[in-house]
Design a protein around this ligand. Sequence first.
Ligand SMILES: Nc1ncnc2c1ncn2[C@@H]1O[C@H](COP(=O)(O)OP(=O)(O)O)[C@@H](O)[C@H]1O
Ligand SMILES: [Mg+2]
Length: 221
Amino acid sequence: MSILEVTGLKKYYGAGAGVTRALDGVTLSIEQGEFAAIVGTSGSGKSTLLHMMGGLDVPTSGSVVVRGKELGKMKEEQLTIFRRRNIGFVFQNYNLVPVLNVYENIVLPVELDGDQPDRTYMEEIVQMLALEDKLQNMPNNLSGGQQQRVAIARALISKPAIILADEPTGNLDSRTSSDVLGLLKTTSRKFHQTLVMITHNNEIAQLADRIIRIEDGKIAE
Ligand SMILES: Nc1ncnc2c1ncn2[C@@H]1O[C@H](COP(=O)(O)OP(=O)(O)O)[C@@H](O)[C@H]1O
Ligand SMILES: [Mg+2]
């Protein structure tokens, strides 16, 4: 069984003449340990697909099965816990909590789960992402690349099986982008994680094991 299975996924916004078919019947499987890039023009449905894959939004029809569990069949609270334990998200805008320092941001998902971070693993991640001397900083005192590295650390801390990244380097310069991407690729390999990344950058997509093209809410052949 694939780690992530999307079947006949549709997401429509609005109704009647004003309907937007953001996703119009997407079927795909992602294998354990795979690095898949999702590419497509702006408005083609990439973010909508990633949100559905991570259970952040509810489809109009179709199903998403992650590690054998159908997300649409879970109650809200169950889904929140499942997501926190199995899926790490990295967004273009980092989504760090401004009133928490770097350390607190990173360990947040583990603490929300009523757990303690694994110290050795925490140190390993922090070192790999070169954040050792930034742990007491507040997010707004960091550069974009540093903030994104914090977001990656936060996505990794609960050792999720899957990392879903939506244009994670969209706000970074090209040098910082390749650093951050290199780190994402290295960490996901090292921890045997599955990585699904949206990008509009062809060079970045070339780093992936597979490129999935989306056009008008459908998989393009
Ligand atoms: N919350 C929303 N309400 C209405 N329309 C939306 C919403 N989110 C996305 N859309 C529309 O769905 C389509 C796909 O959007 P999106 O998945 O964000 O595309 P992409 O990430 O590829 O740029 C676009 O036409 C967009 O305007
Ligand atoms: Mg998008």
